[in-house]
Design a binder for this molecule. Structure first.
Ligand code: ATP
Ligand code: MG
Length: 445
């Protein structure tokens, strides 16, 4: 993308309404625009990151054997009357009437609808296990929408629902979600710690929230700081292997890590003092096992191998896709702007032409742009007729992890400069080597 033709409405001033750094940088970098309280347009740069995050979520869900579908945002109230939640949900639910005076709602979550789909089409244990998920907009009329995309009213969520014949199979689905979520967050450059949580209006006993540590987080968290160094890394996971998957979960949930809702001071006091930490965290996901709560209420039954009919065992599992942009920025920025991890960056690399109009510099930039594209890497090429300082400031603000700087002086010696946004370290090299280095870096992402 050539910056001269792009739509990147960068703000020079700090927007007064933004209280936390991620909200400030998302507005300043021209990623989002607020349209009403907690409701945002996604401008091109923001949309690119959102799509990257969605892509990672999809890849990891499909790797775990979970199947994508797409349910609508609007739902009939009657489905929610079956579970009893139409009355229970309260003011967070946005209720709408259509022209026939039929009661509708903008979905805050999809347990009822997915249970309806299931009961319409599945009736035998032979069709299980089954996990269906979608990535769809939700609406919750939050009391205090704030912090930009962190607590929106309209927000994008991945929500997945498992259907299993018995509790053991459903708990395996729960574990599978935990492991797939760990991998998902790691690919986004995040450390998200599974913490034992309390179940809210969805109900159920077995639940973990995934928290990214950040001073600006809304949850108070208590943890043994050795959990922060656990990583899944590149290890091979066989998602059908119940023991292997359960062992990974055990590894990640044995050290103390809880939110204020489930915190137990007496147990926490057993953690060696040097490792006992209290902090704040951002909830970027949650998994639940809730058994037959919805299948009982809505008559979703399956026939077992023995020929009896049982209500199907279920769980639901969510990732805050749009909130993740904020969480990643909270975890990865400096005073000049965002620092995107390679996994989610809107563009893998920026090209800064120090002297637009200089024929050698222009030609070198064009050459780099095309060579990168040939390797499947879309550069953001700042081809505007601007001062170098302004170009650097924009690149630093929008946070591309790598920048190639091209100027007549370097070119006279056959070199360009490759700079890491994270470390600030620059290296001179030939344009070809710069392209190879970038390609190498992204080959592993
Ligand atoms: P919270 O406690 O933050 O209100 P929740 O527990 O009600 O969230 P879940 O039902 O667990 O939310 O939804 C799954 C995920 O969706 C959450 O872990 C969070 O990352 C995201 N999410 C929930 N509410 C919002 C919101 N208002 N804006 C953006 N993301 C949200
Ligand atoms: Mg939650």
């Amino acid at each position: 993308m050539r910056l001269s033709r792009y739509f990147l409405p960068v703000l020079k001033e700090n927007p007064a309404e933004a209280q936390i750094v991620s909200h400030r940088y998302m507005l300043r970098a021209g990623m989002i625009k607020q349209q009403a309280a907690g409701i945002y347009s996604w401008l091109p740069l923001g949309l690119k990151v959102l799509r990257r995050i969605e892509a990672i979520v999809n890849e990891e869900q499909e790797r775990a054997g979970h199947i994508p579908l797409l349910m609508p945002t609007l739902q009939p109230a009657d489905l929610w009357r079956e579970s009893g939640r139409y009355d229970d949900y309260g003011q967070e639910m946005l209720r709408i009437k259509d022209r026939q005076d039929r009661e509708m709602l903008y979905g805050p979550t999809n347990e009822e609808m997915i249970t309806d789909i299931f009961r319409s089409h599945v009736s035998s244990y032979k069709d299980l296990p089954l996990t269906l998920y979608h990535i769809q907009w939700k609406f919750r009329d939050e009391m205090r929408p704030r912090f930009g995309v962190m607590r929106g009213r309209e927000f994008l969520m991945k929500d997945g629902y498992n259907f299993d014949v018995d509790k053991a199979a459903a708990l395996h689905a729960y574990n599978r979600h935990m492991v797939s979520y760990l991998r998902t967050y790691e690919r986004m450059g995040l450390t998200a710690i599974p913490m034992r949580a309390a179940s809210g209006p969805i109900g159920g006993d077995n639940t973990h929230e995934f928290l990214v540590l950040a001073q600006t987080g809304e949850s108070e968290v208590f943890y043994d700081d050795r959990v922060t160094s656990l990583t899944l890394g590149q290890r091979e996971i066989d998602y059908d292997d119940r023991t292997q998957v359960a062992d990974v979960c055990k590894e990640f949930t044995t050290l103390y890590a809880r939110t204020d809702e489930t915190h137990d001071q007496a147990v926490f006091d057993q953690v060696p003092e040097a490792h006992r930490k209290v902090g704040r965290g951002i909830e970027v996901g949650q998994i639940f096992y809730f058994g037959t709560k919805y299948s009982d209420a809505m008559g979703a039954e399956v026939t077992t191998a023995e020929g009896t009919k049982v209500p199907v065992e279920m769980g639901s599992h969510g990732i805050g896709v749009s909130r993740l942009l904020g969480a990643i920025i909270e975890a990865s920025h400096d005073d000049k702007g965002i620092i995107w991890p390679e996994g989610v960056t809107p563009f893998p690399v920026g090209i800064v032409n120090l002297k637009q109009g200089d024929s050698a510099a222009d030609a070198a930039c064009e050459g780099l742009y095309k060579a990168l594209a040939a390797k499947g890497l879309e550069a953001l090429y700042d081809d505007r007729d601007e001062r170098a300082g302004a170009k650097f400031a924009t690149m630093d603000l929008i946070g591309l992890p790598w920048r190639i700087t091209v100027g007549p002086r370097g070119l006279a010696n056959g070199v360009v400069e490759l700079t890491s946004r994270r470390t600030g370290v620059s290296e001179e090299m030939s344009p070809e080597s710069a392209v190879d280095r970038i390609a190498q870096i992204y080959a592993g992402v």
